[in-house]
Design a protein around this ligand. Structure first.
Ligand SMILES: Nc1nc2c(ncn2[C@@H]2O[C@H](COP(=O)(O)OP(=O)(O)OP(=O)(O)O)[C@@H](O)[C@H]2O)c(=O)[nH]1
Length: 833
């Protein structure tokens, strides 16, 4: 590179007076030249210093590569260019130009300065710049500038300053408390720290240790001072550590802080920087949450949490204990899986409707335990709503109330039942009576109230002691219970009084029957505590609606009727209404008589011959029941069959008839009279499944051929028993006995039915023979019967004309006055002989 030239151009002439040379140099000219040459050489190669000189017209006269590099050009490209086009000083342009002008003017170097300079290629550089005047020939010709690029350093300083400013700002404005700690003492604290620690001034914090700002002990039991020291040690070894800490404010209140403790070293000192975030609220929430979790888990009530689709999210331990379902088994399951089938869909629809409408429902639900048993639970359902007020979850709290229910049940039972007999007491009786009356009013049905009072019960107490009296009352209670149906109520009013409610009775006879049964049952002998004793009862009966429309009047009237029974000599029942009483007492008397009749052999059979119409010879006998009543004389079945049916006595009586008839027929056979015997079956007998067995038994016992026994049934009996009737008929026919349809033509059997029955004989209803006889009907019946392979019998044939008619129409057999009336056994035997 060439040394800076002297100015060549004339333009310089226009410039002010050149300066004089500086004072003479201590070096020789040669030495000076050598130095300059070395300097120029050094300039040439140094990358650290950018050198440039320019003349009066700002034109570059010299520049080293370092300087050209600042502009992104080669040195040759700079020569001759205006230096003002290479370096821009922007807002300090005027200052720069004034400085250059001063060098031209004074001939003195300018004070070194630092500038932000923009170069030709757009770089922004921080340059340290020295400008020296260069004299040539004693004249100031150029200004020589050396620039040192300090951009990096400058930027570093600026970044540092910025960081420092940022930190200061952060320190000042942070919502978190910031404490600077050295040697365990607070050096500085930000305004947030003053606020958080409730300090009036920094001095209240500065100089203190973290332990000073803490209670003696932390909630976990550790002593604060050594715990802080340990944490600082940890921060030191790991640069920082984070922990929750209980602080004590300057006012003495406690708060929770989350601390980030960072260790930093500065100027060979170890500093700690503590950032404290107040987490008292969070801690409270955490504590509340922990408490809630504890409550959830340790609650004795079962708790289920579901999502808004009612799928189980969580259940607590108590729930699992109550229901037997584990949390795992429940998770994700629809809540409805766990209800019992005892409440229907509409119940649950209503329930959830209420939960959705009012966010809450409480009540009893029957739940299913895992082992299958169903138990009552008290359930409170609550909607949990999210921020948008939409239901987000449901919570059910439930408790098993089986025990409580049992206790309630027990208490209610005690309140409603008599302690001695465990029968319903007055309270429950009143309730049952009112319900029964309501039902009776609605259904227009009858109801009977029986007021029962033991006769001379006091005597039992007095002679055998109160304890035996108690035992007797209990036994009476048991017997009364056996006299009634499931829906009836037996109650003890107190003392020796009992009341029976018989709701929905079909007729007054039913009440009379129960009254008779009660009288009979109570009157049976007792064996109690080694004693043998008897007692009787007086019974008053009131009938709804006949004897009263409400509970009070019915009770009063039943009581009055009972009083009448006592008055009339005790050991009897009495109906409140006199006319009803007359009828029912007779009926009751009959029933009681019937009970004794079998034992006392008051029944007998009479026989009515059955003759062949063609020959007039007897072919069989119809057995007819007679009751030799001790007071009323011989009674035909019509007088007592209804009572026998109602009182259930028809079965033993019917069985007796069957046995007797078979035995009798066998006796005739043994005496050479091969006659059949016909026995009328009662409806009750026919309904018994065991009838074929009973018949077989009777035949076997008597040794009678089955074909000699004829069983008579009515159309009504067949129609009432439906398909079962056919089964019974078939079983009987299979035994080989003959079957006859009695009173044919009075019912509504269809031809189809008739064809399917294994019937051997039809007995024309007597109505067809009355008033001269209905020849057409008789003919039709006979034709049909013969068509079906049945024999035809005409009953109650009383006249010769009737007999002629029957003969004409081809009837097979007949019976009635015209042949013979029913005869007692003795007479019959005489007749047969
Ligand atoms: N053993 C026993 N006796 C009782 C109880 N409650 C009441 N009594 C007695 O039962 C008797 C009831 O007598 P009453 O009904 O008045 O008279 P009665 O001797 O039965 O004579 P009549 O009713 O006129 O036939 C009284 O002697 C009571 O003391 C009880 O719980 N146990």
């Amino acid at each position: 590179m060439a040394p800076p030239d002297e100015p060549q151009d004339e333009a310089s002439a226009a410039h002010p007076q050149p300066h004089r040379l500086p004072p003479p140099s201590p070096y020789t000219a040669h030495e000076a030249l050598q130095m300059i040459a070395r300097l120029v050489e050094a300039m040439e190669i140094t990358p650290l210093v950018s050198a440039v000189s320019f003349d009066r017209d700002w034109r570059v006269r010299f520049c080293n590569p370092a300087c050209a590099g600042l502009c992104g050009l080669a040195p040759e490209q700079l020569y001759g260019r205006s230096i003002r086009q290479l370096f821009f000083y922007d807002e300090r342009e005027a200052e720069y130009e004034a400085m250059v002008e001063e060098v031209w003017r004074s001939g003195q170097p300018a004070t070194p300065r630092e500038w932000w300079v923009r170069t030709l290629n757009g770089r922004r550089l921080w340059l340290y710049s020295i400008c020296l005047p260069i004299f040539s020939g004693g004249e100031l010709k150029q200004i020589f500038c050396m620039k040192i690029n300090l951009t990096e350093r400058k930027q570093g300083e600026e970044a540092l300053a910025r960081a420092s400013a940022n930190f200061q700002s952060l320190f000042q404005k942070s919502a978190d408390a910031m404490l600077l700690i050295r040697n365990n003492e607070i050096l500085d604290a930000n305004p947030a720290a003053l606020g958080m620690f409730a300090c009036a001034s920094r001095e209240q914090l500065v100089g203190h240790s973290l332990a000073n700002l803490s209670p003696m002990q932390q909630p976990d039991g550790s002593v604060s001072a050594p715990a802080v020291a340990e944490l600082m040690q940890q921060a030191l070894s790991q640069t920082n550590c984070r922990f929750d800490w209980r602080f004590l404010s300057c006012e003495g209140s406690l708060f929770w802080g989350e601390v980030l403790l960072t260790s930093i070293s500065q100027d060979h000192h170890q500093l700690f920087y503590a950032q404290v975030h107040n987490v008292t609220e969070r801690k409270k929430a955490e504590r509340t949450l922990a408490l809630a979790a504890q409550v959830f888990e340790s609650s004795r009530e079962g708790i289920v949490l579901t999502d808004r689709h009612k799928r189980v999210i969580a259940v607590n331990r108590a729930y699992s204990e109550i229901t037997g379902f584990s949390a795992e088994a429940m998770a994700g399951q629809p809540l409805e899986h766990f209800r019992s089938a005892e409440e229907d869909e509409s119940f649950f629809r209503q329930l959830w409707g209420m939960v959705d409408a009012s966010s809450h429902w409480q009540g009893e639900i029957r739940l299913r335990h895992r082992d299958g048993h169903v138990f009552p639970a008290l359930v409170a359902l609550t909607t949990i709503r999210g921020s948008g007020k939409r239901s987000s979850h449901y919570m059910a709290i439930l408790s098993d109330i089986s025990e409580r229910k049992k206790n309630e049940e027990h208490t209610r039972h005690l309140a409603e039942h008599d302690f001695l007999t465990d029968l319903p007491n007055r309270v429950l009786l009143a309730d049952r009576l009112s319900q029964a009356l309501t039902a009776a009013r609605r259904h227009h049905s009858m109801l009977a109230l029986l007021f029962i009072d033991l006769d001379h019960f006091k005597g039992v107490n007095d002679t055998l002691g109160h304890h035996t009296g108690d035992l007797l009352l209990k036994e009476v209670a048991r017997r009364l219970t056996r006299c009634v149906r499931g829906g009836d109520t037996v109650s003890r009013q107190g003392g020796d009084e009992f009341i029976l409610i018989l709701p929905e009775i079909g007729g007054v006879e039913h009440a009379a029957h129960v009254a008779a049964s009660v009288r009979q049952a109570v009157g049976q002998e007792y064996r109690l505590a080694g004693h043998q004793l008897s007692i009787t009862a007086s019974i008053g009966v009131a009938i709804y609606p006949h004897d009263g429309a409400d509970a009070d009047s019915l009770l009063r009237h039943a009581d009055m009727a009972m009083f009448h029974a006592k008055e009339s000599g005790r050991d009897r029942f009495h109906f409140f209404s006199p006319d009803m009483n007359a009828r029912m007492v007779e009926r009751g008397t009959l029933e009681e008589g019937l009970r004794r009749a079998l034992d006392e052999q008051q029944f007998a059979l009479e026989f009515q011959p059955l003759l062949a119409l063609a020959s007039g010879a007897p072919v069989g006998m119809e057995a007819l029941l007679r009751w030799h009543h001790p007071e009323l004389g011989v009674l035909p079945p019509a007088r007592f069959l209804a009572v026998a049916e109602e009182s259930g006595l028809m079965l033993p009586i019917g069985a007796w008839v069957l046995q007797q008839a078979c035995r009798q027929a066998q006796r005739w056979h043994e005496h050479g009279q091969r006659l059949t015997v016909a026995v009328n079956l009662s409806a009750a007998q026919f309904m018994q499944k065991s009838l074929p067995d009973q018949v077989a038994q009777a035949l076997q016992t008597a040794g009678l051929e089955p074909a000699c026994l004829e069983l008579e049934l009515t159309e009504t009996m067949l129609l009432k028993n439906g398909p079962q009737a056919l089964d019974t008929l078939r079983s009987l026919a299979a035994l080989g006995v003959r079957l006859a349809l009695d009173d044919f033509g009075s019912g509504y059997s269809s031809l189809e039915q008739l064809r399917s029955y294994p019937i051997h004989k039809l007995k024309i209803a007597p109505a067809f023979l009355r008033d001269g006889g209905d020849a057409g009907a008789i003919r039709a019946i006979i034709a049909m019967a013969h068509g079906l392979g049945m024999a035809v019998v005409a009953e109650a044939v009383e006249t010769a004309e009737q007999l002629d008619l029957l003969r004409q129409e081809g009837c097979d057999l007949y019976q009635g006055q015209q042949a013979s009336a029913a005869l007692p056994q003795g007479e019959l035997e005489r007749l047969l002989q």
